[in-house]
Design a binder for this molecule. Structure first.
Ligand SMILES: Cc1cc2nc3c(=O)[nH]c(=O)nc-3n(C[C@H](O)[C@H](O)[C@H](O)COP(=O)(O)OP(=O)(O)OC[C@H]3O[C@@H](n4cnc5c(N)ncnc54)[C@H](O)[C@@H]3O)c2cc1C
Length: 433
């Protein structure tokens, strides 16, 4: 017999599990189907899981700040305690080095408006607070075979310090926590269940078919397939109506020994360094996590079939990342071999996510998460529920975007900012959003 439910969520990552929780909380009978082995085992498991508020637009900043309140009190957000353990927010602060093209002017007016705490640091304060850092300006970021790589600094940097930022100690566990909470509201999670077609009847979605041949029916289907979500949107035939594209982008992230001054116990922040083109943050256990920020000189590796991505990092990207960090941190000991992983972002054209309906009635998408939406997972589930409730209730979210009241700030967030049909937002054009 065909399984028939109120809503099918495709993907049990941190965002899919959050969508499932919120739909189940709203009284829907939900089934989550995932081709993998467990919640959070997709791109979520590779996430640097950084929580920060430094986006380029009002609604993105507000979204991150509202979502952060949920991470700050995770048990309250979940409404339960997962007996297998709870993910934990580790507050370490974020140091944003101001450089050409990324000087913080798009950010601080919103931080002032929403009372998001920060400090302005001039070069002297930066040197005094974080003596482990070289405060030289080396812009633009360069590849290591560029003869200008070793050039002297062309000036000194200033910075913004955002004290309430940090990271989640175990991103996969956070997805499991959301899945556990969703199950308490009756959601069912089915793993090793790959969706191979999106079914339609009478100009509306009617369900999905799995690789096993089994069909599930539902009036609501939500695509939260992470780096596979563009394939799922293509399956549903909804891409022609979208002005914003999104596709899988390979990303390498490394671990290295942290010098004194850059460890958690030293009070080290995570550092957003678009001046050299990297970010790095302390990890539990005395190591540094190092990732890239897509400077113009770095080639972007777009991937057509996410299942073919090699999980192993490359020596070229690793060497570049290490040498750039060594530029910023003279005490950094470049390791002798790469330790890290290569995973996939689902990058949108403007690095802003798509949380939206589609032109197929009943088919919704939470995708294009652009390497920067882990932090927003708890609120993304709520956004999707608001859009789904409104749309299924007859509201035209395209014509009149749903407005969402932020619980912490009381500010209204325009969910049209995440429309699949928006004009490209003006952003940093990088993972910073
Ligand atoms: C290296 C890296 C670093 C990052 N760092 C940060 C960070 O510091 N801060 C931040 O905010 N964000 C960060 N992100 C982004 C963030 O991790 C992602 O936006 C988020 O985890 C995406 O969650 P998701 O649930 O949408 O997707 P996923 O976790 O990828 O889940 C998608 C699921 O869909 C399933 N699926 C796919 N196709 C099908 C199908 N046909 N049938 C059934 N199931 C299917 C997959 O098995 C998978 O489990 C990073 C991402 C990466 C890759």
């Amino acid at each position: 017999m065909e399984q028939s439910v109120d809503a099918i969520v495709i993907g049990a990552g941190v965002i899919g599990s959050s969508v499932a929780l919120e739909l189940a909380r709203g009284g829907r009978q939900v089934v989550v189907v995932d081709k993998g082995l467990g919640a959070g085992a997709g791109s979520t498991s590779a996430s640097s899981s950084i929580i920060r508020y430094s986006y380029s637009t009002r609604d993105a900043i507000l979204t991150a700040w509202e979502a952060a309140q949920m991470w700050f009190d995770w048990e309250r957000h979940l409404g339960t305690v997962d007996p297998d353990g709870m993910a934990r927010f580790v507050e370490c602060g974020n140091l944003i080095l101001r450089t050409t093209g990324y000087d913080g002017t798009a950010i601080t007016p919103w931080w002032d408006e929403f009372d998001i705490p920060y400090e302005d640091l001039d070069a002297a304060a930066l040197r005094q607070r974080f003596p482990v850092l070289d405060v030289g300006k080396y812009y633009p970021p360069k590849l290591i075979d560029d003869p200008a790589f070793a050039d002297e600094a062309i000036g000194e940097l200033t910075a913004l310090y955002s004290p309430n930022c940090g990271f989640i100690d175990d991103p996969m566990l956070s997805a499991k926590n959301l899945a556990y909470a969703a199950r308490q509201h009756g959601a069912e999670f089915r793993f090793r269940s790959e969706v191979v077609s999106i079914n339609q009847a009478d100009n509306a979605v009617s369900g999905v078919t799995l690789a096993s041949g089994e069909s599930l029916t539902a009036p609501v289907v939500v695509n939260v397939g992470g780096p596979h979500s563009s394939i799922i949107n293509t399956m549903a035939g909804v891409t022609d109506d979208m002005t914003i594209g999104h596709r899988a982008l390979r990303q390498e992230v490394f671990t290295a020994h942290a010098p004194v001054g850059l460890r958690l116990e030293d009070g080290a922040p995570f550092v957003s360094d678009l001046d050299v083109g990297q970010y790095f943050r302390p990890q539990i256990g005395g190591t540094l996590l190092i990732g890239g920020s897509e400077p113009e000189c770095d080639e972007l590796h777009w991937i057509d079939d996410p299942d073919t991505n090699s999980e192993y990092p490359t020596v070229e990207v690793w060497e570049t990342a290490m040498m750039r960090v060594a530029r910023r941190v003279p005490e950094f000991g470049v390791p002798s071999q790469p330790v890290g992983l290569a995973a996939l972002y689902d990058a949108s054209d403007d690095w802003v996510p798509i949380y939206d309906r589609s032109n197929l009635y009943g088919f919704f998408m939470a995708c294009g998460t652009s390497g920067n939406q882990f932090k927003n997972a708890p609120i993304a589930g709520q956004y999707m529920r608001a859009i789904i409730d409104a749309t299924m209730g007859g509201h035209d979210h395209d014509a009149e975007p749903v407005q969402f009241a932020g619980e912490h700030t009381g500010q209204m967030i325009n969910l049209g900012a995440f429309s699949r049909r928006r004009e490209k937002a003006i952003t940093s054009g990088t993972v910073m959003g």
